[in-house]
Design a protein around this ligand. Structure first.
Ligand code: UD1
Ligand code: CA
Length: 490
């Protein structure tokens, strides 16, 4: 099995991360998203935006993650706890009013005042960050003993970002925000990513010195950098090789851009691990989806939320598979599958729908316009055309004829249908639940089954056919004669 996660394989076997706590800033109002849903909770490849940052911290080996919430605090809190495995381990700090990034970090002080090790500070809206970048920041801080290490990046268009100020020897002397910068400072392309590793024993004193003397009247976290330098304590920088890693999401345009980059990363991991992705541009994979070797994913296919796919499967074109587990050599064409299990060698589609809690045994065949819901199908069951099979158990090897319908709902309650092994349900049969068809039984085509059918019996539940020899010829003759009379009377 190969994993479509952004966890870097090389991090395995590395030294444990020195003791580190992360503080994620997510208290801002995110006005530019123009959304009732807080930015932190917008979905991105199967997880809320801020959950990706939490993951990166955890994968880097961070011990505690504290999220600073403010705007829509309760919603962000419960949304993250729900979306993240072990979400109850997250800690939350509350920023009363959005007074700036420096003030936001201060909100976490009471949770961290006695923490003497590294404090990572990150924005909650940079989901492309890689765990190894965070490790590099922390390790640099521990090695150099400086009060702060800043993650920086060279941008061709630095508009909107804080710029790094250096003296003639190239030593960092501070950060200036775009709005407060001189025209000359603005020409600098070395930017602040808003991701830092601080010395926890020196951070709070620096934050206490902040004053809102700037264009926005805010407490800027960036000002602690200049303050440390003035105190005679140099700070370090780590430059991002790939500046895209620190891309933030401020608008829905950026959300789509970041999603495209994350998706490309996940697909690349899959391809390198032995999965054929015929058209990466039209293929969507959530984080945590796994696909086995030599499986082939055809265009316009979505593998979502925890789906696990075995080896040598063929998926798509046009398949949407969410929360499902697929064995080996499974084939799914142009179909919609949700929260179900497909054992080895199952074939589904085109144009089938598998609704939640269905279990398809090995070798099952589900054809066009067949809908399953809460259906347990034994090995090699076939339902090849035009059926609704809901709340049903079907034994192995049974054949379900075209147009078979389980009537599982009486307008008030759902009822189950049980069909034994090696049975044969004739085309266009209606099974009115609750009802059972025994092992090896036959149901004649077009039957409406309202009572149980014993094993090995034949049930016929339709009116018998009457044949009137010559009737049609007589009928045509009568009509023809009538026509002649009419013409004659004209
Ligand atoms: C910040 C940096 C800037 C850097 C840029 C990178 C400051 C003063 N500036 O600017 O140098 O180049 O990020 O993207 O730090 N937040 C709170 N509470 C607040 C204010 C902000 O929690 O009171 C959170 C926001 O939700 C967001 C993060 O902090 O997740 C960054 O805030 P934002 O206002 O976007 O900072 P920028 O202006 O982008
Ligand atoms: Ca920002």
């Amino acid at each position: 099995m190969t994993h479509a996660t952004y966890q870097d394989v090389s991090s395995e076997g590395e030294q444990p991360l020195p003791p580190t706590v992360a503080v994620l800033l997510a208290a801002g109002k995110s006005t530019r998203m123009r959304s009732r849903l807080p930015k932190s909770l917008h979905p991105l490849c199967g997880l809320p935006v801020t959950a990706h940052v939490v993951r990166a911290c955890r994968e880097a080996g961070v011990e505690r993650v504290i999220v600073v919430v403010g705007h829509e605090a309760e919603r962000v809190r419960s949304g993250l706890i729900e979306a993240i495995p072990d979400g109850h381990l997250l800690e939350f700090a509350h920023q009363e009013r959005p007074l700036g990034t420096g003030d936001a970090v201060r909100a976490a002080q009471s949770l961290l005042a006695s923490w003497p090790h590294t404090v990572l500070v990150l924005a909650g809206d940079t989901p492309l960050l890689r765990p190894q970048t965070l490790r590099q920041l922390v390790e640099t801080r521990v090695r150099t003993h400086v009060p702060a290490v800043m993650l920086t990046m060279e941008l061709q268009n630095p508009t909107g970002y804080g710029r790094i100020l250096r003296d003639e020897k190239g030593r960092v002397i501070g950060v200036v925000e775009e709005r407060d910068a001189t025209p000359e400072q603005r020409r600098c392309c070395e930017c602040n990513s808003s991701i830092y590793a601080f010395d926890g024993s020196r951070l709070w004193e620096a934050l206490a010195q902040l004053r809102p003397n700037n264009a926005q009247g805010e407490y800027y976290l960036t000002d602690v950098i200049g303050w440390f330098v003035q105190q005679g304590a140099p700070v370090e920088t780590v430059a991002l090789e790939d500046p895209k890693e620190a891309l933030g999401i401020n608008t829905r345009v950026e959300l789509a851009q970041v999603a495209a980059l994350l998706r490309a990363r996940l697909l690349e991991d899959l391809m390198l691990s032995g999965v054929t992705v015929v058209d990466p541009m039209s293929t969507w994979i959530d984080v945590d989806v796994t696909v086995g070797q030599d499986s082939v994913i055809h265009p316009n296919t979505l593998l979502l939320r925890g789906t696990q796919v075995g080896e040598e499967c063929v998926l798509g074109p046009f398949a949407r598979i969410e929360g499902c587990r697929l064995g080996n050599r499974v084939q799914v064409y142009a179909s919609w599958l949700l929260d179900s299990v497909l054992e080895d060698d199952v074939r589904v589609g085109p144009y089938a729908q598998v609704r939640p809690n269905s279990h398809l045994g090995a070798g099952v065949r589900i054809g066009n316009f067949v809908e399953l819901k809460n259906a347990t199908l034994g090995p090699r069951v076939q339902a090849s055309h035009l059926s609704y099979l809901g709340d049903v158990e079907i034994g192995e090897g049974t054949n379900i004829g075209a147009g078979t319908i389980t009537c599982n709902y009486d307008g008030y309650q759902k009822h189950r249908t049980r069909i034994g092994s090696r049975a044969f349900i004739g085309s266009h049969s209606t099974l009115v639940a609750p009802v059972e068809v025994g092992e090896g039984a036959f149901v004649a085509a077009g039957s409406v089954i309202t009572a149980n059918v014993p094993a090995d019996a034949l049930a016929i539940a339709r009116s018998y056919q009457t044949v009137k020899e010559g009737w049609a010829a007589d009928y045509r003759q009568r009509k023809a004669n009538k026509g002649e009379q009419k013409n004659a009377s004209k």
